[in-house]
Design a protein around this ligand. Structure first.
Ligand code: NAD
Length: 484
């Protein structure tokens, strides 16, 4: 067996081991074995990264928007030039099908960089004039900021935070998930290839409880942009409140998919519905995990949906025929299977899946779970209340629009929803009534990066995307000039 790849931190323009020399093991989910080690950084590493970010801030913040845009394009070019390597790395690190990393993760990471390059050159602020005074708003960068990202869409969400932070003139200390550190390390190499000035971006690997905690608590970190679980988001909010840091929190979801009897059940829409449930093994915060179906079509819908779910192929992420790959870790595999056991204990009927999938050959020890569809559960049970974040959906009938909205809203979460109907007025009515940051009508995960992205209730605080992100990463200063 090959020796594990050793990954490094990226601090002050250099690739470095952690100061204490400690490492964490990184597993390849499809084969269930260690293939890399990443730094297990501590407060000293974080302090060095923050100091580098502070030193780099004055020069970086003085650049014009166009100049910063130029840097972001150079980083995008550097990723693009190693596109296939990034695709292979993301698939290997997460267990997701290679085809998904090629179609979604890496193109979107490049797009994030290019999109915020454009946004940097378009960002503007307001002025308010009267005959007596001219008020204008200066939008100034904050300083050194922290970006913390999860494992499900590693480079995609990493760049989604870093790009607007840099575009707005901040310098960054970023902590990728310790479970999927590979593409962040390759991104550091891309920064070096592009000759990004030292300290502008620093990447510190390590555990949430150590490196992450040191980053959020560091007094020189002015804002935290976090994506991850609601539990961690709550801990970050509590820990940073006494320092009054700016916070953007993108957290968990339990998203409803509302299917009305009049929905357009064509092949393309079935395909989207299946993807909305099982894409990336259900490990996308936007996946619809509770499918609510108008009772008139419930039986017919259920039998077609289950038949289609059964046909999804769970297999080696490298195999182009695989629809689903492995889930990200042994702990997550156990967690998802535990939730399926709970659903059974709560009286749920498992209509398909419900178990691990054992593959032959190189993936014999990988962490694969069959697409699982469960019916017969009450909206208030734990299975329908708690985020599972795996290839598991529940189906439930509703009788009318009011009931559909009530069930959809009956969780602590409010990230995304999709509504399937051909009745125009109902689509708008329901969209307005859903407690959700995002509502898709007759589509799912169709993203326009200019739109506000985020959740309500326990799914999020603040919005990412477009100018919302640039506003988050800047402080508004009112300047009032007397005209008399
Ligand atoms: P997680 O909360 O366990 O970890 C996320 C990141 O936070 C990791 O980098 C982790 O090391 C770090 N972290 C953990 N404890 C910390 C602490 N005390 N201080 C600072 N950092 C800390 O989440 P995860 O398991 O990596 O990701 C899955 C979760 O992310 C799911 O709940 C999913 O819904 C959510 N998610 C949300 C969105 C969104 O846009 N709303 C997008 C993707 C994923």
């Amino acid at each position: 067996m090959a020796a594990p790849i050793t990954l490094s931190n990226y601090i002050d323009g250099e690739l470095r081991a952690s100061r204490a020399g400690a490492h964490l093991e990184v597993h390849e989910p499809a084969v269930g074995a260690v293939y890399a080690r990443c730094p297990d950084s501590d407060g000293d590493d974080v302090a060095a990264a923050v100091a580098a970010a502070r030193r780099a801030f004055p020069a970086w913040s003085r650049l014009t928007g166009e100049e910063r845009a130029g840097w972001l394009h150079r980083l995008a070019n550097a990723v693009q030039s190693r596109f296939d390597e990034f695709v292979a790395a993301e698939s290997r690190d997460t267990g997701k099908p290679l085809a998904l990393a090629r179609a979604v993760d890496i193109p979107r990471a490049v797009l994030n960089l290019r999109f915020f390059a454009g946004a940097a050159s378009q960002f503007a602020s307001e002025s308010h004039a009267t005959s007596a005074a001219l008020n204008y708003t200066l939008r100034q960068p904050l300083g050194a900021v922290g970006c913390i990202s999860p494992w499900n869409l590693p480079l995609y969400l990493f760049t989604w935070k870093i790009a607007p932070a840099l575009a707005a003139g901040n310098t960054v200390v970023a902590k990728p998930s310790e479970i999927t550190p590979l593409t962040a390390t390759m991104f550091a190499e891309a920064c070096r290839e592009a000759s990004l000035p030292a300290g502008v971006l620093n990447i510190v690997h390590g555990r949430g409880a150590t490196a992450g905690q040191a980053l959020i608590e560091h007094p020189d970190i002015k804002a935290i942009s976090f994506t991850g679980s609601t539990r961690t988001g709550a801990a970050i909010a509590a820990a940073t409140a006494p320092q009054f840091k700016k916070l953007s929190l993108e957290m968990g979801g339990k998203n409803p998919t509302l299917v009305f009897a009049d929905w357009n059940a064509n092949a393309a829409n079935w395909d989207v519905l299946l993807r909305s449930a099982f894409s990336n093994q259900g490990q996308i915060c936007l996946c619809g995990s509770r499918i609510l179906i108008e009772r008139r079509v419930y039986d017919e819908f259920t039998s077609i949906f289950v038949e289609k779910a059964r046909k999804l192929r769970v297999g080696d992420p490298l195999d182009a025929a695989s629809d689903l790959g492995a889930v990200v870790s042994r702990a997550h595999f156990d967690k998802v299977l535990g939730h399926i056991a709970l659903a059974r204990a709560e009286g749920g009927e498992v209509l398909c899946g419900g178990d691990a999938v054992r593959l032959a050959g190189r993936c014999a020890d990988g962490w694969f779970i069959a697409p699982t569809v469960i019916a017969g559960l009450d909206a208030r049970c734990r299975t329908n209340q708690e985020e599972i974040f795996g290839p598991v959906v529940t189906l439930a009938p509703f009788d009318n629009e009011d009931e559909a909205v009530a069930i959809a809203n009956a969780t602590p979460y409010g990230l995304a929803a999709s509504v399937w109907t051909t009745e125009l007025a109902r689509a708008h009515r329901v969209a307005a009534r859903l407690e959700s940051g995002i509502v898709w009508i007759n589509c799912w995960m169709r993203r326009d990066l200019r739109t506000p992205f985020g959740g309500v209730k326990q799914s999020g605080v603040g919005r990412e995307g477009g100018f919302e992100a640039l506003r988050f990463f800047t402080e508004a200063k009112n300047v009032c000039v007397s005209l008399e």
